[in-house]
Design a protein around this ligand. Structure first.
Ligand code: GUN
Length: 281
């Protein structure tokens, strides 16, 4: 049976470190590290994420500046706020919670965030640096958290076969890049992939980021693999990952649960990015 990777425990260690560094920052610069959190619309998942991000800031001695718009917000209003925050000396990180309401061009909004305050690492400059293998202080939070979780197992990534299922800009592409930069042999699968199970069965490291409840079944997993479940699928029965946890845990070597796996890491790494960015200015 697989060892369960305790994302809450790993995240708690990261946050403890963030808090220490945020206190150090305040001692040195006589102000708190600041994170601006922008939400637009009332996506139920976003409501929860944003609330948790703001709570986590408080717990780590980071000042949060919260901006809440309704569905009717325009691209121009969001861009105006971002330009103001880019110049604000008390703001070290800016985060725009995704998805944005229909009709708003997400890339147009995200590209307005100064690459030096891009706490989520979604700006093309930071995504590009990651792609080129250049040092960047802002790597997308969920992928950065996944790397911490894999490293927490003690498994050495170099030379292993890694398979990422999902090719989103916020998880699939950046985690594939991080794994490649760590010398894994990486395959990215997606909705058009033919014979998916034949590919996932070769994975020593399997990252599921598809957004479909229990999509990865035990027959798709190699014995002993590290299985990372990024899914957050809510329905009337509760919250489920992309992995059929109960059956896959009998086959995998390590597995993240949902909740309590990748989720807590996303927030911890956001705070870490924010503090890193503050010290770097
Ligand atoms: N929506 C889903 N995940 C994320 C994330 O990590 N950051 C932001 N800003 N929005 C998201």
């Amino acid at each position: 049976m697989a060892e369960i990777i305790d994302g809450k425990a790993v995240a708690a260690r990261v946050k403890e470190n963030v808090k220490k560094r945020a206190e150090e920052f305040e001692g040195k610069y006589s102000r708190k590290v600041g994170l601006a959190v922008i939400k637009a619309g009332n996506n139920p998942a976003s409501e929860i994420y944003v609330r948790n991000k703001i709570k986590a800031c408080e717990a780590c001695n980071i000042k949060s500046f919260s901006y809440d718009f309704d569905d009717a917000v325009t691209e121009a209003e969001l861009i105006k706020l971002i330009r103001k925050l880019n110049k604000d000396k008390n703001v070290d990180g800016i985060l725009v919670q995704l998805p944005l309401p229909k009709g708003i061009d997400e890339r147009a909004v995200l590209s307005e965030i100064s690459p030096t305050k891009d706490a989520d690492g979604f700006h093309a400059v930071n995504a590009g640096k990651l792609f080129l293998g250049e040092k960047t202080r802002f790597v997308a939070c969920t992928p950065r958290g996944i790397m911490e979780l894999i490293n927490s197992t003690g498994v050495k990534i170099a030379g292993l076969r890694a398979v990422v299922v999902g090719r989103s800009n916020i998880v699939g592409k950046p985690i594939a890049t991080l794994l490649l930069n760590a010398d894994a042999t990486v395959t990215v699968c997606h909705s058009k992939t033919v014979n998916l199970a034949d590919i996932t069965r070769e994975a020593d490291i399997l990252v599921a980021a598809v957004g479909k409840k229990k999509f990865i079944t035990a027959d798709m997993v190699k014995r002993g693999a590290v299985v990372i479940d990024v899914g957050m699928n809510r329905d009337e029965e509760g919250l489920f990952g992309d992995v059929d946890f109960e059956n896959v845990k009998e086959v995998a070597g390590y597995i993240t649960p949902v909740p309590g796996g990748v989720g807590p890491m996303t927030i911890a790494m956001l705070l870490m990015n924010t503090v890193d960015g503050a010290f770097d200015e």
